[in-house]
Design a protein around this ligand. Structure first.
Ligand code: SF4
Length: 326
């Protein structure tokens, strides 16, 4: 058995749809972030050091060169011929539409690039940008809007200095869907003050609104962040691997089978990772999630399938408790 026997993965979906593997090429197109330059806030999210989110992305803003370099590496390693240009670092819609178009166009002009995945904040997707992305989709490109929500709880978002709330996320998802754009929502597991039940409720709110993809990430403490200072002072305690694995399995069980998981864990460059150490063992984490689902006898959607007892799905009592229903 493989992880994709239990989870609808993005890689598997692309393989079915294109008949061959499609790889994401992470690029850094030289954007900044409104939560850093003062327009939304200063200092950024408490956990943010962008090199931790895109350890393989080069800092060179020449998009074509980055794609060519990444494509060569991936083609040699995997034989891949098709790619999605993943605008990952910082806020990749934070510019005027003409400038954005120039950068997106240069990615799409590269051989083998069949589409774009655009990582951004929910409060940074004005209509003109969504129209631009929808236009690419109408031309037949594979386009994904990746929205960093992290938590559906406004008090958590405030605590980590996100500079936006759930309302902005809701608005962005509705506006994207109006234009037929698929949305992949990023959620972080293990945020300060949150328990597994928060993650289950964040997931529920995201699914209620409708979403085509999800990306889960453990909260890791990296150098050069406010979170690192809180961790040193003992104000933040990272989760253990088993807590992460059990929570992710709970979330997968509650996710409808048609929603695809773009990611179930995330790594950080070991040069900047402070804690937890297991964040760096991507395959160990993924294998543990697969084993957890296998041992429960569940898979994606098990908790919402007809005739499947929710008793088999862990975490139900905790959710009732946080909602005041327990
Ligand atoms: S995590 Fe994203 S939104 Fe937050 S400061 Fe970093 S780049 Fe900006």
């Amino acid at each position: 058995m493989a992880l994709s026997d239990y989870v609808h993965t993005f890689g598997q979906q692309l393989l079915w749809r294109y008949g061959e593997r499609v790889h994401k090429l992470a690029i850094n197109a030289g954007f900044t972030c409104p939560n850093r330059d003062g327009s939304k806030g200063r200092g950024g999210c408490t956990f943010c050091n962008n090199s931790s989110f895109s350890p393989n992305a080069r800092q060179d803003p020449d998009v074509s060169e980055q794609i060519e370099a990444g494509r060569k590496v991936l083609a040699k390693r995997t034989g891949a011929k098709k790619f999605l240009a993943y605008f990952q670092a910082y806020t990749n819609t934070y510019d005027d539409p003409a400038q954005l178009k120039a950068r997106y166009d240069s990615a799409l002009a590269e051989p083998g690039v069949i589409g774009l995945a655009i990582g951004t904040r929910p409060d940074c997707v004005p209509p003109a940008v969504l129209d631009l992305l929808a236009g690419y989709r109408e031309q037949g490109y594979e386009i994904w809007l990746e929205l960093g929500l992290q938590s559906a709880f406004d008090y958590t978002l405030e605590r980590v200095n996100r500079g936006h709330g759930f309302a902005e996320y809701r608005e962005a998802v509705l506006a994207a869907h109006e234009r037929g754009l698929p949305v992949c929502t990023h959620l972080i597991v293990g945020l300060p003050g949150e328990e597994p039940a928060h993650n289950l409720l964040s997931l529920e709110r995201v699914l209620d609104l409708g979403v085509e993809g999800l990306k889960l990430h453990p909260l890791h403490v990296v150098k050069g962040t406010m979170l690192a200072n809180q961790w040193r002072r003992g104000e933040y305690v990272p989760w253990h691997l088993h807590q992460y694995v059990e929570t992710v399995a709970d979330m997968v069980e509650r996710t409808p089978p048609e929603v695809c998981y773009h990611r179930l864990t995330g790594t950080a460059d070991e040069k900047i990772l402070l804690a937890p150490g297991w964040c760096n063992w991507k395959w160990r984490v993924l294998n543990a999630i697969e084993r957890e689902l296998a041992s429960r006898g569940t898979r994606q959607g098990s908790c919402i399938e007809e005739n499947t007892s929710t008793q088999r799905c862990k975490g139900t009592e905790a959710v009732k408790g946080i909602m005041g229903l327990g």
